[in-house]
Design a protein around this ligand. Structure first.
Ligand code: TGC
Ligand code: FAD
Length: 387
């Protein structure tokens, strides 16, 4: 029996029926609703907001959170497959789902009060309330401990001042999870978009993640009631705990982007006749295609094992760093090489590799740069902190 070119190790056979069903339903959404429009969205620098109800309708927002909050209660492997399929469409669509699910709904669930969970989670799962996550600041995202945004207690309220940079969904969002220094360490606050003194400004001229909204957030004496503070976490482990959730999903996403590039380059090179034979008949093209399949297969297995560890409650942040580093590197290299195999045709958004290659420039940078993840693994091996 012929092997599936995008799943040479039959990883699909390692999935449960439910996991396969989740993957199939997201794949259908991507094929029917994302792929026909995404090249134009990227060209126009437009996030396709019209897809939000469909993502919500399939239970893709906060998918791993319990059903009592209106969520799908899926396992982590299913969440990973959602990310993989969405990013086969575009990193911007996966980013939207990652931020909503892992960076906004997760902290409300994990660190919020019961009242906060009931107030926000069902509407967020339904796509009626959109969130963004403000950790990074202009002076340096890799070092969030050097946070300048601060919140000062004033009676029953807090007064927040400062700014955040590079915030996905910023201008789309109804609420922002904002991390701020307090006299008691870093704490998280749920800011609502109409709180006086809170504003967002979209970042233009991006050459990457163009089908996604990215913004700067500004806080000018924003008065926030104590009931909007996330009561159950203090310190950097609050935001870093959210990043572990999101980074886990991001290990799967680039597998989807790389499969899309392999698919496009494979088909193109079989049809493109040069020197009286298909490009795919040349040894150099086959070396490339085989090498991509090797790297994709390794990445698939890495993410699946990570997901199984996560579902067993055993996943460690260092393991997430290794997979985020490996899988982003795998996808950006494949996307660039696939662009090359398409020749001149590869430079337009008519074909997906250049879009994925440009997107991966963001994905390899956000949620911890490649260097940050390498240093996390290096620290684990040596016991020496090199940051
Ligand atoms: P350290 O000071 O040692 O630790 C602070 C506390 O945090 C705990 N911790 C973690 N907890 C959960 N998950 C993790 N990954 C954790 N890493 C550390 C740690 O145990 C400690 O807790 P406690 O209770 O003892 O105080 O911090 P560190 O030295 O480990 O961190 C250094 C470094 C560089 C790794 C960290 O600062 C870092 O990860 N920097 C990168 C920042 C980053 O990734 N920012 C991302 C912003 S969000 C984003 O990019 C969204 S894009 C989304 C999209 O569009 O898809
Ligand atoms: P810097 O931290 O200034 O890093 C600059 C360079 O220094 C990098 O090459 C880095 O690897 C290197 N470096 C850092 N530390 C060391 C070291 N110790 N040794 C050697 N080299 C080092 N943030 C949010 O909070 N929320 C979001 O929703 C969000 N969305 C984003 C969306 C996009 C499209 C992008 C591009 C970014 C987003 N970010 C978001 C921010 C992202 O997390 C940061 O860009 C990232 O953490 C890196 O921070 P920085 O850009 O300030 O780079």
């Amino acid at each position: 029996m012929a092997l599936h070119p995008y799943d040479l190790y039959d990883v699909r056979s390692l999935l449960s029926d439910e996991e396969r069903a989740v993957q199939d339903s997201v794949a259908r959404l991507v094929d029917e609703r994302v792929l026909p429009i995404i090249g134009d969205c990227f060209d126009q620098g437009r996030f396709p907001k019209e897809l939000i109800p469909e993502l919500a309708g399939l239970g893709l927002l906060g998918a791993t959170l319990p059903e009592e909050y209106g969520c799908a209660g899926l396992n982590s492997v299913s969440y990973g497959l959602i990310c993989q399929e969405l990013e086969r469409g575009d990193s911007g669509i996966r980013s939207f789902a990652s931020v909503q699910s892992s960076l906004c709904m997760y902290p409300i669930f994990a660190y919020g009060s019961e009242e906060q969970r009931r107030r926000w989670l069902p509407d967020m799962a339904a796509g009626k309330v959109i969130g963004c996550f403000g950790l990074t600041e202009p002076q340096g995202g890799s070092d969030p401990a050097n946070m300048k945004t601060h919140a000062k207690r004033d009676g029953g309220d807090w007064v927040v001042n400062g700014s955040k940079m590079w915030i996905t969904n910023g201008n789309l969002a109804d609420i922002a999870i904002v991390w701020a220094q307090t006299d008691d360490g870093i704490q998280g606050f749920v800011l609502e978009k109409d709180f006086a003194g809170f504003s967002a400004q979209e970042i233009k001229h991006k050459m990457s993640l163009r089908a996604s909204v990215t913004s700067a957030l500004y806080f000018d004496n924003v008065r926030v009631p104590d009931a909007s503070r996330l009561p159950n976490v203090k310190g950097l482990r609050g935001p870093l705990g959210c990043l572990t959730q999101a980074r886990y999903g991001i290990t799967w996403g680039p597998v989807g982007a790389a499969i899309a590039c392999l698919d496009e380059a494979l088909n193109y090179s079989k049809e493109r006749i040069l020197f009286d034979r298909p490009v795919a008949a040349t040894q150099s093209a086959q070396l490339k295609l085989a090498d991509w399949a090797r790297r994709i297969t390794s990445a698939q297995l890495l993410s699946l094992q990570l997901g199984r560890l996560k579902d067993a409650g055993k996943m460690q942040p260092t393991q997430v760093s290794l997979a985020k580093w490996n899988n982003c590197r795998m996808a950006i290299d494949i996307a660039r090489e696939a662009r090359d195999l398409l020749g001149g045709a590869g430079i337009t958004t008519e074909h997906c590799p250049i879009r994925h290659a440009l997107n991966m420039e963001s994905v390899i940078t956000y949620e911890g740069t490649e260097t940050v993840h390498q240093l996390v693994v290096g620290r684990e091996l040596t016991g020496i902190n090199a940051f």
